[in-house]
Ligand binder design. Structure first.
Ligand code: GLN
Length: 474
């Protein structure tokens, strides 16, 4: 697949048309997605029409944008005006967006062409896409395996070469984990780096939007387009947006990379450990210095995350009451019954589990024992990272304790599934930036990603190191 960087350059120079670029993606989707199931819906006509409009505009002499003619996919929790946006949930079936998410506006302003919406775990709750009410998605590297989640459709679409850029959301790892399992680059920017206006909220103190791409350069390009302050999202930061492509080739000479001992323990699959540590050695050979760092409160991260994210979700998802959006039970005799029946039939089992867990943690009498306690532990985890970043510029860890697993392997045991987020969750709790970069395959041919974490708003450094790693790996 041609990268976004190359496609945009070719379209801008008039060497190919946007229509040709989009048609190529559409035909790749047609041939590959029957087996993979990355897309819930492909906006074929709409995408071709927009591509032709862009070609016509170019002919009049207008200079196309930074993503001219680049096919982009959106996870099913982004609002794209006039199109369905359902979070892979029955409760939102038929829900059409009445406005564009800020990231969608930014993509369109740079002449990207949105080609479809991708599968996900319902309301972004899950790590395998098995919680989607619509379909399963298969891992392009091995179709007997899950693609990861919750943004598994976006990861698979990029890994299978259907689109060069797909957007996802990451609350506890939903960009980095599927990127690792499918073999794509996936970036979770700093909390506040990208506006979340028009992203359906899961856990508002953790959610962040980011791109999937096939390499670090495309990732830098995509982030340069979507980042920035937005008056419609009060949590978006005023921090200026650098050109993330500018210093990306500068290498890692002199960079201090922390390797936390707590992350390389039993439970980490041995081939994964080997590949991630080999990536650290390659960065060292490229001029970085490896330093030991300690993150002692990591062991509390999963418990803290599932209390806080479920608490926030129980509140955010209260708006899906069968009255305002999507599915509504027609047979109810009273308003209370309508709420109950619509929510009862509309939400899947994992979403209900989180709503109950969160409602319990927030209820009078338990609030201090669970919610307040978890907030305190969150602060301790944040302080671990502040101390580690006093010694290191970046922190290198695994992304997922195992490579892609088989369908059904963890679905019956929620706790097993939750534990697979152990390496990605702390980044969200501490509001940091983190990326997953492919660092090789297991003997069985399953991709493994290496995670690089940085201080808030230091995405440029992450991208520089990711690029250096790609070069070192050839
Ligand atoms: N797997 C985690 C969960 O189920 C993370 C999800 C996410 O980042 N959206 O909550």
């Amino acid at each position: 697949m041609t990268t976004a960087f190359e496609t945009a350059a070719l379209v801008r120079e008039g060497k190919i048309t946007a229509e040709a670029a989009v048609s190529a993606a559409l035909s790749r989707i047609k041939s590959a997605d029957g087996e993979i199931g990355a897309f819930i819906e492909v906006f074929e006509e709409d995408a071709l029409r927009r591509a032709r409009e862009l070609d016509a505009k170019r002919k009049t002499g207008a200079q196309p944008g930074r993503l001219a003619g680049v096919p982009v996919a959106l996870k099913d929790n982004f609002l794209f005006k006039g199109h369905e946006s359902c979070c892979a949930s029955k409760i939102l079936k038929g829900h059409r967006a009445v406005y564009n998410a800020t990231v969608v506006k930014k993509l369109l302003a740079e002449d990207a062409i949105i080609v479809g919406r991708t599968n996900m775990d319902e309301f972004a709750m899950g790590s395998s896409c098995e919680n989607s009410s619509v379909q399963i998605t298969r891992n392009p590297a091995n179709t007997a395996c899950v693609p990861g989640g919750s943004s598994g459709g976006s990861a698979a679409a990029v890994a299978a070469g259907m689109v060069p850029i797909a957007l996802g959301s990451d609350t506890g790892g939903s960009i980095r984990q599927p990127a690792s399992l499918c073999g794509a680059v996936g970036l979770k920017p700093t909390y506040g780096r990208v506006s979340r206006c028009g992203l359906v909220a899961f856990a508002s103190s953790l959610d962040q939007i980011g791109p999937f791409t096939s390499d670090a350069r495309d990732c830098a390009l995509a982030l340069s387009v979507i980042a920035g302050h937005d008056e419609k999202d009060s949590t978006s930061a005023a921090e200026p947006v650098p050109d993330y492509l500018a210093g990306i080739e500068d290498g890692v000479k002199g960079m201090k990379i922390g390797v936390p001992s707590e992350f390389f323990v039993s439970g980490l699959e041995p081939q994964t450990a080997r590949l991630v540590l080999a990536a650290a050695e390659k960065l060292k050979a490229s001029g970085a210095e490896l330093v030991d760092v300690s993150l002692p409160h990591t062991k509390y991260a999963v418990a803290v995350y599932y209390i806080l994210s479920s608490s926030e979700a129980s509140s955010n998802l209260a708006r899906f009451d069968g009255m305002r959006y999507g599915y509504s039970d027609a047979g109810a005799a009273s308003l209370a019954e309508a709420f109950e029946k619509s929510r009862g039939a509309g939400f899947g089992p994992e979403v209900k589990r989180r709503i109950m867990l969160g409602t319990y943690a927030l209820s009078a009498g338990y609030y201090d024992a669970y919610y307040t306690k978890a907030q305190k532990a969150r602060t301790l985890i944040l302080r671990d990272y502040e101390a580690a970043f006093a010694k290191a510029d970046l922190i290198l860890t695994p992304v997922s304790p195992t490579p892609a697993f088989k369908f059904g392997e963890k679905a019956a045991d929620p706790l097993q599934m939750y534990l697979s987020d152990i390496y990605t969750i702390p980044c969200n709790l501490a509001g940091l930036a983190g990326i997953s970069v492919p660092c090789g395959n297991t003997a069985e041919g399953l991709p493994v990603g290496c995670q690089l974490l940085a201080r808030p708003f230091d995405e440029a450094r992450i991208l520089r190191a990711a690029r250096a790693l790609e070069k070192a790996q050839g």
